[in-house]
Write a protein that binds this ligand. Sequence first.
Ligand code: MSP
Length: 643
Amino acid sequence: MSCDRTFYVTTPIYYVNDVPHIGHAYTTIAADTLALHHRMAGEKVLFCTGTDEHGQKIQSTAQAKGMTAQELADRTVENFRRLWEVLHITHDDFIRTTEPRHEKVVQTIFTRLMEKGDIYKGTYEGLYCVPCETYVPESQMGEGKTCPDCKRPLQPMTEESYFFRISRYQEPLLRYYEENPDAIQPRSRYNEVVSFIRSGLNDQSVSRTTLKWGIPVPGDERHVVYVWFDALINYLTVAGYPDDEERLRTFWPAVRHLVGKDIIRFHCVVWPAMLLALGLNPPRQVFAHGWWTVEGEKMSKSKGNVVDPFEMVDLYGVDAFRYFLLREVAFGNDGDFSELALVQRVNSDLANDLGNLLNRTLQMVERFQGGQVLPGGAADPLDEELLDAAEVTRKAYSDAMERMAFDEALKALWALIGRGNKYIDATMPWKLGKEGQTERLASVLSVLCTVLRQAALLVSPVMPATARTMWRQLGLAGTPEDAGFAAAEKPFPAGVTVAKGEVLFPRIDVESWKEAKAARERDRNLDPDPGEHEEEIAIDDFRKVELRVGRIVAAEAVPKADKLFKIDVDLGYERRTIVSGIREYYKAEELVGKTIIVVCNLKPVKLRGVESRGMLLAAESCRDDSLALLTLDGAMALGSRIH
Ligand code: MSP
C-alpha cells in the first residue's frame, strides 16, 4: 500500500473508572510521536484520543464512590486531559462517548445494521465477567470457571439481547487479512487473530438489559448498547461518519489504531467486521503494543506499585519520560519499567551523548567564532563520512518510524550522535582554534551544527520540547516542527548566531538519587493520600467493620513465636482471646488494664495453635519502627460500639 498523504492515528479511549497510569501514557505518547512524525513529513494528520464512559464497570465504580456515573466520568476525564497537557500531547480531537455527537453515530450505526439484518434480537445465556464486561465462552474459561484475563469468577447470566451477525463476516475477514498481511502488527498478533477467526466466529451480543448506563438501543429502550460496540465506533465519529463525507474520505481507512495487546480481538475481529457490515474498509493497521511491568512485577493497585505519570514528569521531566518509554523496549514487546533504568538513560543517552554534543559544539562556536556559524571550506573525508552517515540515519529513522519501531529509530539517531562526538575527538576543533586554522575550524563546526540540526529535527517527535531548545540554541528561526524534516536536507545557514543556554539534561547523581527515592517511598507510606493511594470505599463498606471498646485483662507470650502475645480482652458482654504481633513493642504487664479498640467481627484464625477472635488497633510509624496501641480518651462502658 502506498504511503498516503493523510494519516489518522488513534489511541484506545480510556475507561473513566481509574486514574491514568503508565499504560495509558505509553500508548498516547507513542501515538503523539507518530502524529508529530507524520506532520513533520508534511502529511495531513488526524490524531485522536478520548474516554470510554459507559458500561457496567463505570456504573459500579460510581456507585461504590457514592456518585452518578456521569459525575464520575466528568471528574476522571479531567485527570486524563490534565495528563495529556503535562505530557505535551498534541491530539486534534478528544472524544467522550457520552457526547451527543457520538451517541447519535452509535444509534445510526445500530439502526443501519438492524435494517441490513446484521443485528437481530435473541436470547443470551452465558457466563459473564463483570470487570471485563464480556461473556466468556467455555473454551476460553480458566480453571473453576474464571475469566481468562482477570482470573475472577464468572457470573451466570441470561438476558434478551441484540446480536451482531459476525458469523457472516468470517470469510470476508479472512480474505481481507490474507490480502493485507500488514494490517495487524506485530506479525505474531496477526497469526493469533487469523487463527482465532479460522476457529469460527459466533454472533456477538451487542446490547444489555442489565444496566442503564449506556446508549439506548433505538426503538427498544429497555436495552442499552454494549459498551465495546459503543466504544469502537468512536473512531468513526471522529472521522466524520456518516455526515461529513469529505472528512471521512480523507481519513478513512488511512487509520492506525494503537492498542494494548489485551484488546486486540475487539480491534481486529469485531471492529473490522462491523466496518465491513457498514460497507467501509477495515482500518489500515492495528498495532498491538506490549505491557509494562514495574520493577519486575505486574502493576496493580493492591501492590501499590502503579507508576504515576504525573510523578515521573515531576521528577525527570516530560521528555526524559517520553524518551525512556519509547527507547527502552520495542513497541510490541512487553517491558519493565524501572526508575533506575530511566535515570541511567538520562545520564548516558541524554546528558552524555546528546547534551554533550550540543554543548561542546556551541561552546567552541562561541569561544572561537564569537558565536557565529561560518561557511565551511572544502570538505574533508571525515566531514563527508559524517554527513553521509547523517543521510543514512534519516532514511533508517524514517523507515523505523513507519514500522512504529521507535526504539530502532532512536538507536539509529543515537548512533549518529555517537559518531558526532567521535568526530569532535578526531578533528580536535579546540586545537584548530588554538592553531588559528580558522577555515578548517569553520568547516568542522558547520558540519557539527548540520548534524545537530538534524538531530533536533529527528528527535522532535519524541522529545518536542528538547528539540525546540536545541533549535533555539543553534540560533535557528521558528521551530523544528514547523520546519519539518525537509529542513535537514538544506545546508546549515551560515551567519546565524548560536545561543548556548541551559544544559539540556543535567546529570543525575545516582547516589543522591537513591537516597531521595528512599525518602520518597518513606513519605508515601507516612502520608498516604487516601484519594490517590488507596481504593475509596463507601460508608457502607466501613460500617461492616464492628469496632468496640475492650479492656486487656491478661497478656502472655505465645510459645515459640517471638512476636506474638495471647491477649485476653473483656468486651463487657463477653471475654475473648486475641493473638497480636506486638511483643516487640510492649511488655505483658504494660498491656494489662489498657482500654483499647477491638475489631470484633473478623473471621477467627488460628495462630501458632491459638485461636484468635478479633484484632487490636494500633498505629505504626514508617519513619522509625515505633508502634502504639489505640486507647480511649475517657471512660467508656466496655463493649461500646465505635463509629
Ligand atoms: N476502554 C477500553 C478501550 C476501548 S477502545 C475502543 C480499555 N480501556 S483501558 O483504560 O482499560 O485501557 C486502555 C489501554 O491501556 C489498553 O490498551 C491497555 O492495553 C493499556 N494498558 C493497561 N495497563 C497497561 C500496562 N501495564 N502496560 C501497557 N499498557 C497497558 O481497554
